[in-house]
Design a protein around this ligand. Sequence first.
Ligand code: ADP
Length: 190
Amino acid sequence: MRLILFGPPGAGKGTQAVRITQKYATAHISTGDMLRAAVKNGTELGQLAKSYMDKGELVPDGVVIGIIKDRIGENDAKSGFMLDGFPRTVPQAEALSEMLNSTGASIDAVVSIEVNDEEIVKRILERQKIEGREDDTEDVVRNRLKVYRNQTEPLKSYYAEEGVLHEVDGMGSIDDVFGKIDSVLADLRA
Ligand code: ADP
């Protein structure tokens, strides 16, 4: 299965991703995690990425597209993967389609976790207290949310046109939301 987990920051993508990859044994590819690892290791990529991430802006398309291209070419991703945090712009989605088309593959489903803005800000400020992520301050969160609504959310119509978009209500408990995602994925397999 080739999946995209979609939704605003704080929608619970990371949490659900862990559960999905456990049950469906597929590679979990998170651009946010990969970029944070690069920042931590102080690589050139990390230094570049940090300047955008700290402001809640998107890292340039060319950079993340390059990372994803390398990553989905790795062995564990050959038979399937779940993308978390990518694509985030139309050019990223187009680049992904091209990469997959060249091997005759395609995206089976885009699961979009829907959460309203008020709940997002609440959840992220709560997470900030626990995890201390530098981009989880209120100003930066509001900017990430704005970037999401302007640049990323329009991708839903891109995938709706391809007939692979599934919207899931993300306002319930972790178990409730996982149950809804699981039923979408089980239907796909059936
Ligand atoms: P969240 O979804 O909570 O905002 P992520 O961990 O997915 O968090 O991403 C954190 C930051 O990493 C983003 O605000 C952005 O700066 C950068 N980033 C992650 N994925 C991408 C991407 N596909 N394109 C551009 N920037 C990205």
